[in-house]
Design a protein around this ligand. Structure first.
Ligand code: PEP
Ligand code: MG
Length: 325
C-alpha cells in the first residue's frame, strides 16, 4: 500500500481514464508548504495574504511583504502562485485596523476596503510585483468582486504599481495574470463582462454558499443550514462552469468544498478541472480522482439534478465513492 500511496503522491493528479486535473494548495502560512512536502502539487491556488497580516501588530512594510511573497513564489518555482490581495473584514480582523459593523459579512471586506485605501493596495501589489522579478510565476487574485467598476479600478492601480516598478528598475518587470474571485452571487451573472477584464476566475465556495443561502458561515445556530450541497448552490456552480466555458475563460475552485471527496466529484462532473484545497486534503483528492473515470462521474450530475435535499445529494455521491472502494 505504501508504494501505491507513494506513487500517487508524486504523480500529477489524473482520473483513472487519464484526464489531467490540476490540484493546488490553499495557504497563508509557510508551514503549509511543509505539510505538502513529498506530495506533488501544481502550485498555490490561493495564498490568503491576510493571514501574515493578521499575526502582526502593524501593517507589514513593502520590504517585509516582498520577502514573504518571495518565499511563496520560491516554494513552487515555475508553477502558478495565486496571491489574493488583502481580504480583511468579515470574519478576518486586523488587530491594528479595527472595523466595527453590524453586518461585517455584508460590509467593508476584501477589495471594498482596499479600494477605499489604495495606499494599502498599492504597497501590497508593488511588493508582489517586486517579488516576482526574476521569478515570473505570480498571479494576482481579487477578493469579493461585485462589479465591473471595482475590477477596472483594481486594474488601474495594479497598472500604476507596474509602471512605477518598470521605471524604478529600468526594465520590463514580468506581468502577472489577474483573476477575480467568484464568491458574491452578483458576480456570477457578470461572467461575460468580467471575462473581458480578467484572465481567469476562482470560485470561492465558502463565501458563495454563505451569500447564496443567506447563512452566516460562522454562526453556530444556523450551521446546519450552511451546506455546499444545497441544490441551489450546486445549480449555481454548474451555471458558473457553463458560463466560463461559453466565454472561454479559465476557472478554478478554491473553497473548502473542492477538498472534500464528495464535493470534488460533483465539481469534476460539472466540468471543473482545476482545484485548490488545504494541503491536508491533497493526497486524498489525488486518490479519489485516480479511482474514477469521467464517464462514471458524469452520470452523477444527471442523478443529483433530480434531487431536492442536500443529504440525498451527498448520499448519492457517497454511494458512488463506496462502489469505487
Ligand atoms: C471562499 O470564500 O471560498 C474562499 C476560498 O475564500 P475565504 O475562505 O478566504 O473567504
Ligand atoms: Mg471568500
Amino acid at each position: 500500500l505504501d508504494a501505491l500511496v507513494q506513487s500517487i503522491a508524486t504523480e500529477s493528479a489524473c482520473t483513472r481514464d487519464g484526464t489531467r486535473v490540476s490540484l493546488n494548495i490553499n495557504t497563508g502560512l509557510a508551514a503549509d508548504f511543509e505539510v505538502v512536502r513529498g506530495i506533488d502539487a501544481d502550485g498555490i491556488g490561493l495564498y490568503r495574504t491576510e493571514i501574515p497580516f493578521m499575526v502582526r501588530n502593524c501593517f507589514p512594510s513593502e520590504q517585509e511583504q516582498c520577502e514573504l511573497y518571495e518565499k511563496a513564489l520560491d516554494a513552487y518555482p515555475g508553477k502558478p502562485v495565486n496571491m489574493r490581495t488583502l481580504d480583511v473584514g468579515g470574519d478576518k480582523p486586523l488587530p491594528y485596523f479595527p472595523i466595527k459593523e453590524d453586518n461585517p459579512f455584508l460590509g467593508w471586506r476584501g477589495i471594498r476596503m482596499t479600494l477605499d485605501h489604495p495606499e494599502i493596495l498599492l504597497v501590497q501589489v508593488r511588493a508582489m510585483l517586486k517579488a516576482n522579478i526574476g521569478r515570473g510565476n505570480l498571479q494576482i487574485l481579487l477578493p469579493m468582486v461585485t462589479s465591473v467598476q471595482e475590477v477596472e479600478e483594481c486594474l488601474r492601480l495594479i497598472n500604476q504599481a507596474y509602471a512605477e516598478l518598470c521605471e524604478e528598475y529600468q526594465c520590463e518587470v514580468p506581468k502577472p495574470k489577474i483573476g477575480a474571485m467568484l464568491e458574491v452571487p452578483a458576480a456570477i451573472y457578470q461572467i461575460g463582462l468580467l471575462s473581458r477584464l480578467v484572465d481567469y476566475f476562482s470560485v470561492g465556495t465558502n463565501d458563495l454558499t454563505q451569500y447564496l443561502l443567506a447563512v452566516d458561515r460562522n454562526n453556530a445556530r444556523v450551521a446546519s443550514l450552511y451546506d455546499y450541497y444545497h441544490p441551489g448552490v450546486i445549480e449555481a456552480l454548474h451555471y458558473i462552469a457553463k458560463q466560463c466555458k461559453k466565454y472561454n475563460v479559465p476557472v478554478s475552485v478554491c473553497g473548502e468544498m473542492a477538498g472534500e471527496p464528495i464535493g470534488l466529484l460533483l465539481l469534476v462532473s460539472m466540468g471543473y478541472r482545476n482545484f485548490s484545497m488545504s494541503a491536508q486534503n491533497l493526497l486524498k483528492a489525488k486518490w479519489v480522482l485516480k479511482h474514477i473515470s469521467l464517464e462514471e462521474v458524469e452520470s452523477l450530475l444527471q442523478q443529483t439534478s433530480q434531487v431536492a435535499c442536500p443529504q440525498q445529494i451527498k448520499n448519492l455521491v457517497a454511494q458512488k465513492l463506496d462502489e469505487l472502494g
